[in-house]
Design a protein around this ligand. Structure first.
Ligand SMILES: Nc1ncnc2c1ncn2[C@@H]1O[C@H](COP(=O)(O)OP(=O)(O)OP(=O)(O)O)[C@@H](O)[C@H]1O
Ligand SMILES: [Mg+2]
Length: 249
């Protein structure tokens, strides 16, 4: 599904990613862990095609199509979803209306008609129930005055509605209380299928108890320096990152 080859990226002439390669197959969940400033969010942005980073080398392929040169919107239409992609506050635009516009935008790009209102309403109800989202929340202005946890829940709601092929969740666990964490994780698990894939970026093994990854990768100094199964996350939780540095010397 996703094939990242030797990606180098920089911002303002500062190298941030130094040759990242990663392969994600449909049906898989990959976790990316690593110290602060390692380049995890940068990698997420590069996959989503955000323009503030310059990709200086490498290629990104999604479902056998080279997306390296595509803009973020095109990639979104191809099924790439990055949490925090839409963190903007839009007064006067409700959570529901925002997602309706996004869904119909995706459909338009595929040459499809708008989703019929009744179908949209049904889907909104279904996904809101799945994520235990209050109906009142859906009519609030997007991100305006949202608490940290509400913002995260809204992200997952957007993901649930857009049904992406590849979802990248960047620190979706930070700021969630225990119950919300379970709801969000449960939502992600229910959305998982053999046709889509998820990349979870997290600092804590705790989230991976709920969203069980098939693979765990450690990103350090702009490179994936170690990959393993979920046991690696336990090892990191217990030992931190220094031992990996020592292994590399
Ligand atoms: N727009 C920018 N301008 C300058 N430096 C940047 C920019 N964006 C990222 N960086 C730098 O790139 C490096 C990697 O940042 P990134 O946000 O990818 O790290 P991260 O692994 O997500 O860290 P964290 O765990 O703290 O979220 C950091 O040193 C950061 O300061
Ligand atoms: Mg980050």
């Amino acid at each position: 599904m996703l094939d990242i080859k030797n990606v180098h990226a920089s911002v303002d002439d500062k190298d941030i990613l130094n040759g990242v390669s990663l392969q994600v197959n449909a049906g898989e969940v990959h976790a990316i862990m690593g110290p602060n400033g390692a380049g995890k969010s940068t990698l997420a942005s590069i996959i989503a095609g955000k323009e503030e980073f310059e990709m200086t080398q490498g290629s990104i392929t999604l479902n056998n199509e080279d997306i390296t040169e595509m803009d973020p919107e095109e990639r979104a239409h191809k099924g790439v979803f990055l949490s925090f992609q839409y963190p903007v506050e839009i007064p006067g635009v409700s959570v529901t209306n925002f997602i309706k516009t996004a869904i119909n935008g995706n459909r338009k790009a595929k040459g499809l008609e708008d989703m019929p209102a009744s179908e949209m309403l049904k889907m909104i109800k279904e996904k809101a129930d799945l994520l235990e989202i209050d109906r009142k929340f859906l009519s609030r202005s997007l991100n305006e005055g949202f608490s940290g946890g509400e913002k995260k829940r809204n992200e997952i709601f957007q993901m649930a509605m857009l049904e992406p092929k590849l979802a990248i969740l960047d620190e979706t666990d930070s700021g969630l209380d225990i119950d919300a964490l379970k709801v969000v994780a449960n939502g992600v698990n229910k959305l998982k299928s053999k046709d889509n894939a998820v990349i979870v970026i997290t600092h804590y093994q705790r989230l991976l108890d709920y969203i069980v990854p098939d693979f765990v990768h450690v990103l350090m100094d702009g490179k994936i320096v170690k990959s393993g199964t979920k046991e690696l996350a336990y090892e990191l939780e217990a030992k931190g990152y220094d031992w990996i540095k020592e292994e590399l010397v």
